[in-house]
Write a protein that binds this ligand. Structure first.
Ligand SMILES: [Fe+2]
Length: 274
């Protein structure tokens, strides 16, 4: 039906959007059980390796980044399987060649106490990256995704807030939710806002039924000191040809050769019929 009230200029023009930035997310069904084990295992890991690794975390503020071989450690296999399942879904939804499968290059745990955050960064060499939230006290810091087109930041128009589309956002935020798995392209600039959780938040109190109160005052004090901790797991994936032995052919080389081959033809020409 024709809308005769629309201005003439709106009836004459079409609008296309190119180069979108996909973000996938899902909530795990058994998250409560998985997370209880993850909290214990990650804290034990940190106790054994208190220095951890330095990446986007800020150690001066207590931000801990584990070693990056989490996907190879058997006690984390349950979560690793869930992450693989999501990434398989992403590969299918993106329309990737079935000859290629996802391979996890690295996976690690992050622990941010109150005040800690993760600086703006990307994940070099990763096709898909993401985060799983294990422990998320209230106000523990939003995930911030930044428009990856640097030119788009050169000028910011004045928008009517009532009509502004998400397509025009310069930043997008996700609230961390325990049990939620988020995947985004590895090239997407992202950061984590400072953890401003307070130790007395309701989310924290309900999470420690097996912790505080079972080991006397000392245990309760130790638990209270960690009550504001935000715990998450991050990961990196890339493509690998299924029929290539990774021991003899680095998958990155295979992917790169394939990309060059595809540049011989233009497959993304937009045809507009008038
Ligand atoms: Fe990251």
């Amino acid at each position: 039906m024709t809308d005769d009230t629309a201005p003439a200029r709106e009836k004459r023009m079409a609008r296309d959007y190119f180069f979108p930035t996909p973000v996938y997310h899902t909530d795990l069904a058994q998250a409560q059980d998985i997370n209880a084990r993850l909290v214990a295992d990650i804290r034990a890991w940190r106790a054994r390796d208190p220095d951890g690794t330095f990446r986007s975390n800020v150690p001066q503020l207590g931000g801990w980044h584990s070693a990056t071989d989490m996907h190879l450690r058997s006690q984390f296999s349950e979560l690793t399987r869930e992450i693989f399942e999501l990434i398989h879904g992403v590969f299918a939804d993106q329309g990737y060649d079935d000859a290629y499968e996802p391979v996890c290059d690295s996976m690690w745990a992050n622990v941010n106490p109150r005040g800690a955050f993760n600086r703006h960064h990307t994940h070099p060499h990763a096709l898909w990256s993401g985060v799983y939230y294990v422990r998320t006290p209230d106000d523990c810091g939003l995930l911030c995704l930044t428009d990856p087109r640097p030119q788009a930041h050169v000028i910011t128009p004045y928008f009517d807030a009532r009509r502004r589309s998400a397509h025009t956002w310069a930043e997008a935020y996700y609230q961390p939710v325990a049990g939620r798995l988020v995947a985004f392209p590895g090239w997407l600039v992202h950061s984590t806002h400072p953890n401003m959780a307070s130790a007395g938040s309701e989310a924290v109190e309900t999470e420690h039924e097996g912790g505080a109160g079972t080991g006397g005052d000392a245990a309760s004090a130790a638990e209270s000191a960690r009550a504001d901790e935000r715990i998450s797991v991050s990961f990196n994936f890339r493509q690998r040809r299924k029929d290539i032995d990774p021991a003899t052919a680095p998958a990155n080389e295979v992917v790169r050769a394939d990309l060059f081959a595809r540049r011989q033809s233009i497959t993304n020409l937009i045809e507009i019929s008038s």
